[in-house]
Design a protein around this ligand. Structure first.
Ligand SMILES: [Zn+2]
Length: 119
């Protein structure tokens, strides 16, 4: 399947380049040029899917560890929303860019979880 993807990528690339080169000497270059660009875009999309490497498992593991660790810490205390005082559950805390972010299910406010000194 990946070999077919690579072959198609090469074919679309060659045709895309040919169309763009062809559009230079074409009396009505607009449509030919657009066709070439579309072919190159398809080539890029195919290339992205067939040549990309599988995501590094390390980063996935880290994400999962964060998601498990932080709610486990937080669930020791009953947390309350800073905006409306509603009770928050651990599943309302998500890691965004390495920082725990709370999304309140009651008032839908989103804010970073600041570390409470008493933990
Ligand atoms: Zn709230």
């Amino acid at each position: 399947m990946k070999i077919i993807g690579k072959l198609l990528t090469a074919v679309f690339f060659v045709f895309g380049v040919l169309f763009i080169i062809g559009s230079v000497n074409n009396p009505n270059p607009g449509r030919t040029f657009v066709t070439g660009v579309v072919l190159l875009v398809i080539c890029l999309a195919l290339g992205f899917f067939s040549f990309r490497k599988t995501p590094a498992p390390l980063s996935n593991d880290q994400n999962i560890t964060y998601k498990i660790d932080i709610p486990a810490n937080v669930s020791m205390d009953a947390m309350k929303c800073q905006a409306c005082g509603g009770t928050l559950s651990p599943k309302d805390v998500a890691m965004v860019a390495g920082a725990p972010v709370v999304t309140c299910p009651f008032c839908h406010s989103t804010y970073q979880l600041t570390e409470d000194p008493k933990w």
